[in-house]
Write a protein that binds this ligand. Structure first.
Ligand code: SDX
Length: 429
């Protein structure tokens, strides 16, 4: 249905701006011709009101707390699906048939090993390097090892690069972890499924057999599903912008990892756990809530708030359940961090400031507690987020490359700097 255009009146000039509708969600005002018609730019730092692209992959309703991957609710995928079939859904738009699932799982499984020379690449890092710095470097370095899948104009190479990254990023993540603790790398084992294989690569040691705990493998698989994609968030927008220049897929995903690292984004799970540790006990919570409300204090409650969810993050609810599942499986009864987290959530959800600002726990609030209980150090939390989000970044990158109307992203600005002025020799300054 064609909607009546928006009319923008600027002085004595009226400009018609087309209104476009999606399948669900807010309409958009198409301003593509605004500058040409008016000489004006729009101004929206942080893109709070800007749709940067059309997409068919993920839909979020921040007010209703809805998250759909290709139309399927995250609750149903987390409950009934597994991570690799979610990858198939995000990449190709449909849940796989049994035959397609077997083929896709096999293709990913058979790409999990990395070029043996990548192991030597790691030895250049200090052992105490943050694993995210190793991930940015090693995923970017994949372009140096897999030249035969860097031509973005070749659909076959795009497909191979996609499978390689979904398959090899967990291997590189496990290698980054092993390297940081001085243990030998563990090769992938094709007889294990995706998440079990990752747990084994992280926690097995050569001197004894390692049995994967199926409850922990299932919990990790669900955590990967929850983190797989999330519309045009900061790191996905980074991947799209990098890809719009024609950069190779490995470089684009490395850019996404770099952006995810920030504590306002994927680094929040690490920051949230550090914050819970800093609070330490339930009786110190009011002191931190007071700081979070203080405009002059940069402190924020990590794991709370979201640009889009102005209601509960649906992933946080599933994450909370998974946290309790993992803690009970591991026989962890009274985790002091969990006590602080549960009390902090209870207080924040009843506090006027957080209600007024619509600050609810987000996915990062509980994930840190779960990953710590599973044996991951805090520095690995955002790495696991990157492992899961790799498929979302790739799906969004492929959608952009496949778009015939795709062009390089090049925003403009509101310039408030010095008007033109002439050079002064140093003696005259
Ligand atoms: C992720 O975009 C995505 O989809 C991201 C993600 C994904 O899957 O890709 O969902 C993953 O990044 C989740 C978010 C993780 N980040 C954190 O938990 C860090 C803490 N949260 C904040 O930094 C903040 O809430 C953001 C960055 C998440 C959202 O910030 P916005 O939308 O830019 O909101 P804002 O900073 O403008 O805050 C609005 C108000 C402000 O007060 P006023 O200036 O209006 O008076 O709320 C306050 C803020 O001061 N506020 C907080 C707060 N978050 C916002 N106050 C205390 N604690 C907080 N956590």
């Amino acid at each position: 249905m064609v909607k009546a255009p928006a009319i923008l009146t600027i002085g004595d000039k009226k400009v018609e701006l087309p209104i476009k509708s999606g399948s669900i969600g807010p309409d958009v005002v198409d301003i593509g011709k605004l500058y040409g018609q008016t000489g004006l730019f729009t101004f929206d730092p942080g893109f709070t009101s800007t749709a940067s692209t059309e997409s068919k992959i993920t839909y979020i309703d921040g007010d209703q707390g809805v998250l759909l991957y290709r139309g399927y609710p995250i609750e149903q995928l987390a409950e009934h699906g597994d991570f690799l079939e979610t990858c198939h859904l995000l990449l190709y738009g449909e849940l796989p048939t049994a035959a397609q699932k077997a083929d896709f799982d096999n293709r990913v499984t058979r790409h999990t090993m990395v070029h043996e020379q990548m192991a030597r690449f790691f030895t250049g890092f200090r052992r105490d390097a943050h694993p995210m710095s190793v991930m940015v470097a090693s995923v970017g370095a994949m372009a140096a090892f897999y030249h035969d899948s860097t031509d973005i104009n070749d659909p076959l190479q795009r497909e191979i690069a996609s499978i390689r990254m979904i398959a090899k990023v967990p291997t590189l993540a496990a290698m980054a972890f092993k390297y940081s603790i001085g243990q030998p790398f563990v090769y992938p084992k094709n007889s294990l499924d995706y998440s079990a294989n990752f747990l084994r690569m992280c926690f097995a040691v050569p001197c004894e057999d390692y049995e994967v705990n199926p409850v922990l493998a299932r919990a990790l698989d669900r955590i990967f599903i929850l983190h797989a994609d999330h519309e045009q968030n900061a790191s996905t927008s980074t991947v799209r912008l990098a890809g719009s220049s024609g950069a190779n897929p490995f470089a684009c995903i490395a850019a996404g990892i770099a952006c995810l690292w920030g504590p306002a984004h994927g680094g929040a799970n690490e920051a949230a756990l550090k914050m819970l540790g800093e609070i330490g006990t339930v009786d110190r919570i009011p002191e931190f809530i007071k700081r979070a409300k203080d405009k002059n204090d940069p402190f924020r409650l990590m794991g709370f708030g979201h640009r889009v969810y102005k209601n509960y993050d649906p992933r946080a609810k599933i994450m909370q359940r998974t946290t309790h599942e993992v803690l009970s499986e591991l026989g962890i009864k009274d985790d002091p961090l969990l006590d602080v987290a549960m009390e902090l959530e209870r207080i924040a959800l009843h506090d006027d400031y957080f209600i007024e600002k619509k600050l609810y726990p987000n996915i990062d609030f509980y994930s840190g507690i779960t990953l710590k209980a599973m044996g991951f150090p805090t520095s690995m939390f955002t790495v696991l987020f990157a492992v899961a989000r790799t498929v979302g970044w790739i799906a969004q990158w492929k959608e952009m490359i496949d778009d015939p109307a795709q062009k390089i992203g090049r925003p403009r600005q509101l310039y408030t700097g010095a008007p033109q002025r002439d050079y002064l020799p140093v003696g005259n300054r």
